[in-house]
Design a protein around this ligand. Sequence first.
Ligand code: NI
Ligand code: MN
Length: 241
Amino acid sequence: MEDVMNESKRPRFTYLGHSTLRCDLPGGDVMLIDPWVNNPSCPEQLKQLERIDAMLITHGHFDHISDAVELAQRHHPGVVVANPEICHWLDSKGVENLREMNIGGEIEVLGCKVTMTWTLHSSGIVDGDQMVYGGNPGGFIVELPGGFTFYHVGDTDLFSDLQLIGELHQPDLVFMPIGDNYTMGPKRAAHACRLLNADKVVPIHWGTFPILTGTPDAFARQLADLGVDCELLIMQPGDVY
Ligand code: NI
Ligand code: MN
């Protein structure tokens, strides 16, 4: 019964490729996580958004932040959420309505509870020929009114705190990096699913570049081998769930 209630009050998710996720909330607001719509995988017709009400940025690497300034200037989102270092940099570029937070913090965004989580990664911002310090990289857990909870894990290796995060937040749906090289690959991502005890998982951060060799098929095999009770939802860039 609870699942049915949650399902009716969940966002409509559009996977824009790589780590970029468009979440249309039940009330009509649009939340964009990791604004890189001009990634090579994003279908052309989805690169133009008609509105952005909130933007969440996991970390400073170009493949997560590249279109943040341009999209903020075009759509004037009511809130742009990132760590203090990224907010400072965005402020220097003229982005308004910044809301800084850090790992472990929980804030309200568009009526949702947003928690910033830990990752095992790095976070530098390319600015001209400089690499600006981007603070600690993170992920986001978003809990909607009614309880539906999704987790954008961000870029990371496997870490055992995922078990605690799973216990605390019990995510219904997880967006998990599997591409390898810059993040964990399929085997470690399957273990991450085991620790999280998530209901459903969508693989992200794969296929964008040849160097990202982890595939959804390999991820499916690893989940099966481990016997993880987690439904795999494979979304191609442009797919809606
Ligand atoms: Ni990264
Ligand atoms: Mn990345």
